[in-house]
Design a protein around this ligand. Structure first.
Ligand SMILES: [Fe+2]
Length: 551
């Protein structure tokens, strides 16, 4: 049988009893001449008052009169094609919440209202999460830095989906829902384009946001989407294009049209646009990075990605006495996500932690961590658990001579024995650090968990040493990469094994009968190395394959 594809895109508002009557008549006609899929009928069924329906339907060629009749009746009933063609929604995605819930998120251009999703055949309007605001409007937080006056001419919307949801769509796009059990997990971290140039001083290196070889986040997101993940974990630091005030250094970027700032334009360019294919591929678990602190990109984090109800950052000052230290950073409580078949994830916010300072210098931090990490510290003893936390407990950039910091002090002697791995970003490299089971019996009688750092998914790498000697299979002076530990101490303990890879990269974890296998992939999706998780040993064993074919 010949089948035609046809898009039916309607916006309806029945203003009067007459229009409502026509709408009811239209619905009765649809029942007699149904179109598929049935969601289209369900949407019209919901159109008594304000409804927006947009669906792509396969319409049988033998029923064009029914479709024409539907269109005419819809117009008579107050329906009209949306002036924006039904594309008021700029971005849409799903992210996991505590207790198995899924949050359907959307960003729409102001002044459009939040869209309506179709959830298991029923229309479900999204709720307002954060309204559009202008930097110029009264009451905007005062700031000592002109960079911190973000404009957000977009509305942030959300809808809590129950764990039992079988199907959800928005604007005709099927939304990714959790798979049971998830078999492929993509892990990325530190993705934004680094621009932070003051009017005085040299500033940090500027990435060329227009060149995928310089800033490969879009390539990473596309390659990661091609792996068809069931879950995406972002370990934080989404927004890096902070400000550019030096006319000499910044003119070239501006001339190329690079958008810079903490505002919507900056967030859209730095994260949402390049992330689009990966946002559509799977539900996300989002971790807050220090670049999403309230004195940096916190406004965007709170509007769009924060897993808790929206709160506006009150502090937008920078490097002042009230900057976003833990006490005023709106640190969210950690929450637990139980993946079907394991592991349990504990998603925590340590973005505001000043980890390079000794615990004695940050006396409030331990108490804040004790409160916000309650879900971690009170874990039941059985489920294998991975902790997701932006700043690593142990990492290369924390000097071996660094004193024990507040997080390390809190976790020593209290971290539950079933925490096997700690995933973090922050360091712009890919590093694994394993400890011998008996290396720190005083603080970790069941062994320290392995530290996994995935922080090279787009932001400027920690060190420039391409071509990497290790990557090419040989060793050379000056390389930051290594296939085994160099003997340095991490909070007093040397690693027993681990790698450091200084390449733009991401991690793919795949479930196997005996646990999880990992693949380290470059920005184009080519394998750099392989890993295997040995949860019982609190270890992730990774190795380089040597020179890649074709290189
Ligand atoms: Fe960071």
């Amino acid at each position: 049988m010949k089948v035609n594809a046809m898009t039916v895109s309607l916006a309806c508002r029945a203003h009067s009893g007459l229009h409502a009557g026509i709408a009811r008549w239209a619905r009765s006609v649809l029942r007699e001449f149904p179109i598929s899929p049935p969601q289209a009928l369900a949407r019209l069924r919901e159109s008594e008052n304000w409804r927006v329906a947009a669906a792509t339907s396969m319409v049988r060629a033998s029923r064009p009169p029914a479709v024409a009749l539907l269109a005419a009746l819809a117009l008579l009933a107050g329906c009209a094609t949306r002036p924006d063609g039904g594309r008021a929604t700029i971005h849409r995605w799903t992210q996991l919440e505590a207790s198995g819930g899924v949050s359907l998120r959307a960003i729409v251009a102001a002044p459009n209202a939040c869209p309506v999703a179709i959830v298991d055949g029923l229309a479900r309007p999204l709720s307002l999460r954060a309204r559009a605001t202008s930097a110029a409007e009264p009451g905007h937080p005062a700031t000592d830095n002109p960079a911190f006056q973000p404009d957000f001419p977009v509305t942030s919307c959300e809808l809590a989906l129950p764990a039992s949801t079988r199907q959800a769509s928005l604007d005709g796009q099927v939304m990714a829902l959790p798979k049971s059990p998830p078999r492929r997990i993509v892990v990325v971290g530190d993705t934004g384009c680094r621009i932070k140039v003051p009017a005085s001083g040299a500033g940090d290196p500027i990435q060329d946001c227009t060149r995928p070889t310089d800033w490969p986040w879009q390539s990473v997101a596309s390659a990661a989407a091609r792996t068809r993940p069931d879950l995406v974990i972002h370990l934080g630091d989404y927004h890096y294009r902070e400000y550019c005030d030096n006319p000499v250094l910044c003119a070239p970027s501006r001339a190329k049209g690079v958008l810079i700032g903490y505002d919507w334009a900056g967030w859209n360019a730095d994260f949402f646009v390049p992330a689009s294919p990966l946002l559509a591929a799977a539900p996300w678990v989002v971790v807050r990075g220090n670049h999403e602190n309230c004195d940096r990109g916190g406004a965007g984090w709170m509007r769009f990605l924060s897993p808790v109800p929206y709160q506006a950052c009150g502090n937008q000052s920078y490097r002042s006495a009230t900057r976003s230290v833990l006490a005023n950073n709106l640190t969210a409580d950690a929450y637990r996500v139980d993946l079907d078949g394991g592991p349990t994830l504990i998603v925590a916010d340590n973005a505001g932690h000043e980890d390079y300072r000794p615990a004695s210098a940050t006396p409030l931090d331990e108490a804040i961590f004790a409160r916000t990490l309650s879900a971690l510290l009170t874990l039941p003893p059985t489920p294998a658990t991975w902790l997701l936390i932006h700043r690593p407990i142990w990492y290369e950039l924390l000097a071996a001579s660094s004193p024990t910091n507040a997080l390390q002090a809190l976790l020593a002697g209290r971290l539950p024995a079933n925490v096997q791995l700690v995933f973090s970003g922050h360091e712009h490299a890919l590093q694994t650090i394993n400890f011998a089971p008996t290396a720190d019996l005083a603080s970790y009688p069941a062994g320290r968990p392995a530290q996994v750092i995935v922080g090279a998914s787009g932001t400027q790498l920690e060190a420039f040493d391409p071509p990497s000697p290790l990557y090419e299979g040989s060793s050379a002076a000056g390389s930051k990469e290594r296939a085994q530990p160099d003997g340095r101490l991490y909070d007093g303990v040397a690693a027993s094994s681990g790698i450091l890879l200084n390449r733009y990269s991401f991690l793919l974890l795949e479930r196997e009968d005996a646990g999880w296998a990992g693949t380290l992939l470059d920005a184009d999706g080519r394998a750099l190395g392989n890993c295997r998780v040995h949860g019982d040993r609190k270890e992730i064993a990774c190795r380089f394959p040597g020179r890649l074919p074709g290189r």
